[in-house]
Write a protein that binds this ligand. Structure first.
Ligand code: MN3
Length: 252
């Protein structure tokens, strides 16, 4: 074959790929034999199901713009939170010891969860609970200050709300690696700031989480990259303190 012939062959080959009609491609597949097993379905792996599911957001993905961007909300809610739920469902599958347990109970009574799944439950029940609380705490144009008993408890513990806010911001900046900063209350109703690594929930320590700031990079990196303090400023603008105050009232 000389060079000219080779070019013609290549050109014909390309042309035939481009113009081959779909009907011809389909016809090239052998017909299914009668009685043959149906072809294995292709496509995405089915999502593991179980007792837990991601609650839908009460607002649009872009509702918190420009403070929390749309793409981050989509990925964070639909992919990250969903993954915690899928892994939690997988962990409790076939485990009669924890059948019917709520996510709260799994975290409060973590020491009673079978040891073989305790680590997975800690991470994924924690991830599920923390993120559910997070979505519910956010709103564009929500209340900017705590009210009622929570406002009193914050004044009692910090002197004034601004001091509470500053301490929570410092705590969120201090988290090394992935984790959360929290405003929590204890059994006596006293409020405090704490941090937790990974997806550990304050519930496991007997505390009630009132507001959590997610400082995993997935919560802010797309928009803020390494500027965690800018993200914290923006986050503070979309917290709905009415929800947080009601949460404290309910815990009392
Ligand atoms: Mn997160």
């Amino acid at each position: 074959m000389n060079r000219r012939q080779a070019i013609q062959v290549v050109a014909l080959g390309l042309t035939s790929v481009v113009i081959a009609p779909a009907s011809l491609q389909a016809a090239a597949e052998p017909p299914a034999k009668p009685g043959a097993a149906p072809a294995k379905p292709t496509g995405p792996t089915p999502v593991p199901t179980g007792p837990f599911s991601v609650p839908p957001l009460a607002y649009a993905y872009d509702a918190l713009e420009p403070h929390i961007d749309t793409q981050t909300m989509q990925l964070h809610h639909d992919k990250h939170h969903q993954a915690y739920v899928n892994n939690l469902n997988k962990a409790v599958q076939g485990r009669a010891e924890v059948a019917g347990w709520s996510v709260d109970r799994l975290l409060r009574e973590l020491s009673l969860v079978p040891e073989a799944i305790r680590g997975a439950v800690r991470n994924h029940a924690g991830g599920h609970h923390n993120h559910t609380l997070l979505w519910e705490s956010l709103k564009a144009g929500g209340a900017t200050l705590p009210s009622g008993d929570l406002a009193k408890a914050i004044d009692a513990a910090f002197g004034r709300f601004e001091a509470c806010h500053e301490q929570m911001t410092m705590a969120a900046l201090s988290v090394f690696g992935s984790g959360w900063a929290w405003l929590t209350s204890d059994a006596s109703g006293k409020v405090q700031i704490e941090t937790s690594p990974n997806q550990d929930s304050p519930l496991t320590a007997g505390h009630t989480p009132l507001l959590g700031i997610d400082v995993w990079e997935h919560a802010y990196y797309l928009k803020y990259q390494n500027r965690r303090s800018e993200y914290l400023e923006a986050f503070a603008k979309v917290v709905d303190w009415d929800v947080v105050s009601a949460r404290y009232g309910k815990a009392r």
